[in-house]
Ligand binder design. Structure first.
Ligand SMILES: Nc1ncnc2c1ncn2[C@@H]1O[C@H](COP(=O)(O)OP(=O)(O)OP(=O)(O)O)[C@@H](O)[C@H]1O
Ligand SMILES: [Mg+2]
Length: 258
């Protein structure tokens, strides 16, 4: 059984003026336990829409999403979501943000603190417990959002261009950080990105979306060994995948522009 099964999920948006946009064509896609799947596709092809449907924040027009055999019909603690833009609660400190879901669940104070400390250390934020989001850099805010998602111990992590707004250096560090966490904790991850290098480096599968209306155009296995270091990006296997994906994305981006 797949951890996540996306079955015939499509989405049409309709504005108040009655203008219809088919954001997604019916998508069938399975994500297995411990898979790290990246979704790559041109802007506007429905990637965020699909992720929001999986998160239960948006309803599909057709089809359904199953998580461990149960239909998804709203947001839940079993899915941890990290968005592209910073979505911390600005009135809460870093530690309060990370502990938010744990508190909601009624976890004992000491256990909350222990979990929070563990994930703060994991993302390199020790010492910033009492800072507010506006006192952090963008990368630190994003690390807090990732720590918050991980602290809730979700079944599956949904990441929508989590590093999109970061400078290249920070982005690479964050990629290595998340990959290291995945290599040790084996989470199931669905990760949306525009960046081909990032898509290959992180994943064991890359799903390429077509231009809008989106559908999955190809599903490519990435068999690079783990643990992966940044140097893998210069290997012939990586270059070969990159050439193939670059070509696929180029043709879709051109289709999107017309
Ligand atoms: N709430 C909404 N109401 C109306 N249309 C929407 C809504 N959300 C998304 N859309 C439309 O659905 C399409 C897909 O949007 P979506 O945000 O899923 O794309 P994306 O692949 O995530 O793009 P990007 O890479 O730029 O983030 C777009 O044409 C967008 O205008
Ligand atoms: Mg998007």
């Amino acid at each position: 059984m797949s951890a996540l099964s996306i079955q015939g999920v499509s989405r049409v948006f309709e504005t108040a003026q009655g203008q219809r946009t088919q954001a997604l064509l019916p998508v069938d896609f399975n994500v297995h336990d411990n898979d790290f799947v990246t979704i790559l596709g041109p802007s506007g092809c429905g990637k965020s829409t699909l992720l929001r449907i999986v998160a239960g924040l948006e309803r599909p027009s057709t089809g359904r999403v199953m998580l461990d055999g149960q239909p998804v019909d709203g947001p839940g603690a079993d899915r941890g979501m990290v968005f592209q833009s910073y979505t911390l609660f600005p009135w809460l400190t870093v530690a309060q943000n990370i502990r938010f879901g744990l508190r909601e669940r009624g976890m004992a104070e000491a256990a909350q603190k222990e979990r929070c400390d563990y994930f703060m250390a994991k993302v390199g934020l020790r010492g910033f417990e009492n800072h507010f989001p506006k006192q952090l850099s963008g990368g630190m805010q994003q690390r807090t959002a990732i720590a918050r998602a991980l602290a809730n111990d979700p079944k599956i992590l949904l990441l929508d261009e989590p590093f999109g707004a970061l400078d290249n250096q920070t982005r690479v560090l964050m990629q290595e950080l998340l990959l290291g966490i995945w290599e040790s904790a084996r989470k199931t991850v669905l990760f949306v990105t525009h960046d081909i290098d990032e898509a290959i480096f992180m994943a064991n599968r890359v799903a390429v979306f077509s231009a809008r209306p989106g559908r999955i155009k190809s599903d490519i296995a990435v068999n690079l060994p783990h643990p992966r270091h940044y140097t893998v990006k210069t290997s012939p296997e990586f270059m070969q995948l990159k050439a193939r994906l670059t070509e696929e994305i180029r043709s879709e981006s051109m289709a999107a522009a017309h």
